[in-house]
Design a protein around this ligand. Structure first.
Ligand SMILES: N[C@@H](CCC(=O)N[C@@H](CS)C(=O)NCC(=O)O)C(=O)O
Length: 250
């Protein structure tokens, strides 16, 4: 058994977040790819590892740890070099607040655009009967009718516009914080907060919405810095493992 095993999907931003942390620490890890576009996350084998059927999940010396932010905190404690949590308590609190902004605001904001502009291109190949079969082992079966309706419906421009609006609000907040007390989200040092937000930035860019940081200079400079880090480049999905680019804005 490898010491660090990661159950992940290449183009999931929660998985990307953990891969960046692993690469910043130059840790060796073994990956198990769970193809969300084929609903492999609902296969009985994976549900024994992650009862919610979500990625990522870390297995550390056989101990199972779900939830990307918890995994990253665990990795930072278990492998403290380089440290990705500031020493100073106020900066540490700020780091956790920004991780929460990623979970509560950025994650929620980017999902409708991802679903409508990227995932629906893949789901279009599925018939209703395919979805019935693929979702049959969903851990929350009461969600199946809503999910089916959502996956089979054509792209919804209103949902995409709503994503953009929510993202703009969150990104403006990030720009203000970086301008006031950057250069990183927690202040002086690069931390788990920057790692949490970086994959959402990648997704926004690939959704064709990078214009959202026009006029936000502190954010723009931070985006360049996070994307130029070697760990970010190593953690990014390899060629052919991205979800399809939006064909056109709906
Ligand atoms: N709070 C969880 C969220 C995990 C999550 O929602 N992962 C997404 C990919 S980014 C997923 O597995 N989606 C599959 C689904 O919702 O069926 C974390 O941070 O690990």
């Amino acid at each position: 058994m490898a010491e660090i095993e990661l159950y992940h999907f290449w183009d999931s931003f929660c998985s990307f977040k953990v891969r960046i942390c692993l690469e910043e620490k130059r840790l060796k890890w073994t990956g198990h790819h769970i193809d969300l576009m084929a609903f492999e996350n609902f296969k009985p084998h994976y549900l024994t590892i992650n009862q919610k059927g979500l990625v990522p999940t870390l297995s550390h010396a056989g101990q199972i740890i779900p939830e990307s932010s918890i995994i990253n905190e665990f990795l930072d404690e278990q492998y403290p070099q380089p440290r990705l949590t500031p020493e100073e308590p106020v900066a540490r609190a700020r780091m956790r607040q920004w991780v929460k902004v990623e979970e509560d605001e950025l994650f929620t904001a980017v999902r409708p655009a991802s679903l409508n502009l990227m995932m629906k291109q893949v789901f279009a190949k599925f018939s209703e009967a395919d979805l019935d079969r693929l979702l049959a082992t969903h851990p929350r079966p009461y969600l199946i009718p809503t999910l089916k309706k959502m996956f089979l419906a054509p792209p919804d421009p209103k949902a995409v516009a709503q994503s953009r609006k929510m993202l703009a609000t969150a990104l403006e907040k990030m720009d203000r914080a970086l301008a006031q007390s950057g250069p990183w989200l927690a202040g002086e040092t690069y931390s788990l907060a920057d790692i949490a937000a970086a994959p959402v930035i990648d997704r926004i860019q690939r959704l064709g919405m990078a214009d959202l940081w026009d006029g936000l200079p502190a954010l723009k400079s931070w985006v360049e810095r996070i994307m130029n880090r070697p760990a970010y480049k190593k953690a990014a999905p390899p060629e052919g493992c991205w979800m399809p680019s939006p064909v056109a804005q709906v």
